[in-house]
Write a protein that binds this ligand. Sequence first.
Ligand SMILES: *[C@@H]1O[C@H](CO)[C@@H](O)[C@H](O)[C@H]1NC(C)=O
Ligand SMILES: *[C@@H]1O[C@H](CO)[C@@H](O)[C@H](O)[C@H]1NC(C)=O
Ligand SMILES: *[C@@H]1O[C@H](CO)[C@@H](O)[C@H](O)[C@H]1NC(C)=O
Length: 387
Amino acid sequence: MRQSYTVTVPEEPPAAAPCVRRRGSMSGSVLLSTFVGLLINQAKNLKSSQGLVGLKNLGNTCFMNSILQCLSNTHNLRDYCLHNAHRRDLNNNSRTNTALMEEFAKLMQTLWTSSSSEAVSPYEFKTQIQRYAPRFVGYNQQDAQEFLRFLLDGLHNEVNRVTVRPRAPVEDFDYLPDEEKGRKMWSKYLEREDSKIVDLFVGQLKSSLTCSHCGSCSTVFDPFWDLSLPIAKKGYSEVSLMDCMRLFTKEDVLDGDEKPTCYKCKARRRCTKKFTVQKFPKILVLHLKRFSEARRSSKLSTFVNFPIKDLDLREFASENSINAVYNLYAVSNHSGTTMGGHYTAYCCNPSSGEWFTFNDSRVMPMSSSQVRSSDAYVLFYQLASSS
Ligand SMILES: *[C@@H]1O[C@H](CO)[C@@H](O)[C@H](O)[C@H]1NC(C)=O
Ligand SMILES: *[C@@H]1O[C@H](CO)[C@@H](O)[C@H](O)[C@H]1NC(C)=O
Ligand SMILES: *[C@@H]1O[C@H](CO)[C@@H](O)[C@H](O)[C@H]1NC(C)=O
């Protein structure tokens, strides 16, 4: 059953407006103007309460609630849902189920149009995400970043503009200059995967392999949906996000069992490998690898210092890039240990530019100075020039 929604999309500052606190302007000493002012303020309150609705915890679902609130404050994605633009893209062929996107959009619409401040239940949405990814069946603790990956992938599949994927002949672009090769690889990707979700979240990484024997270099281009950053300088109590980016992109030696085959030498050689960013996405999701991969047995609580405004990533670009400056707008916070923890979210409201903390059903204003903590786990940045 399809329901139709009429929604009023709140007015908002330009997309790239940095998150600054705004002051309400209430003035006037004359009775009438005070009265009018009151009415205006009431309307403002109603409006400013939009998007500030909590999500009920259905039993260990704080990981889901935290990510949903971060996505709800991703203004391009929110508007896609509020304007029902996703309807045009829904794959209606009978082989694709579209209920995940529909439930997600419904939830976004409820969060942004609800006139009551009562927490909303994400039950219907949860039913759909667990149909898509059965690992989310039940009420176990889950990892917020893994959940985000599954969710974006699921949404993408239901609104992919490509309905019939072309058979991919193996094409060799190795003769092309790197930049050209990167562009070709990106358009090949779009021939198969092309959606609003891709428009927003997907970037392209370049890895360059250099043979230590003959010195020749080969390149590989891969799309990425987020970057998982190792925590630099283990043992230190504080590092910077740039340290983590530098560690992620640091030249790595592939030797021993990992030796790749050099295309010139036609033999397995010791090589160096280095990542650069070929294409920066509009929304950059940075995941701080706080949990050890070995069964998530320990958690690093290093304080990672990250900028809220003007995260400049130009030094990591493959070529000179002017568009690599980002502003933070949401954080998924994990407190506690690997065994038992709790997720919350802090988000900058795209309409008011103010920060709020979302703790399941509770929503509270917060100061942007509290956003940095040693529990920040997944960071959502928006490209400054993406408006
Ligand atoms: C899917 O159906 C809706 C109406 O139910 C329509 O508006 C939309 O254009 C269709 N989408 C595609 C991709 O055919
Ligand atoms: C983030 O987690 C830390 C550690 O538990 C907690 O002290 C802090 O209040 C949390 N921040 C928010 C805004 O929820
Ligand atoms: C979240 O709310 C719970 C109460 O439901 C409270 O115990 C907890 O301290 C809150 N956590 C944060 C980080 O604000």
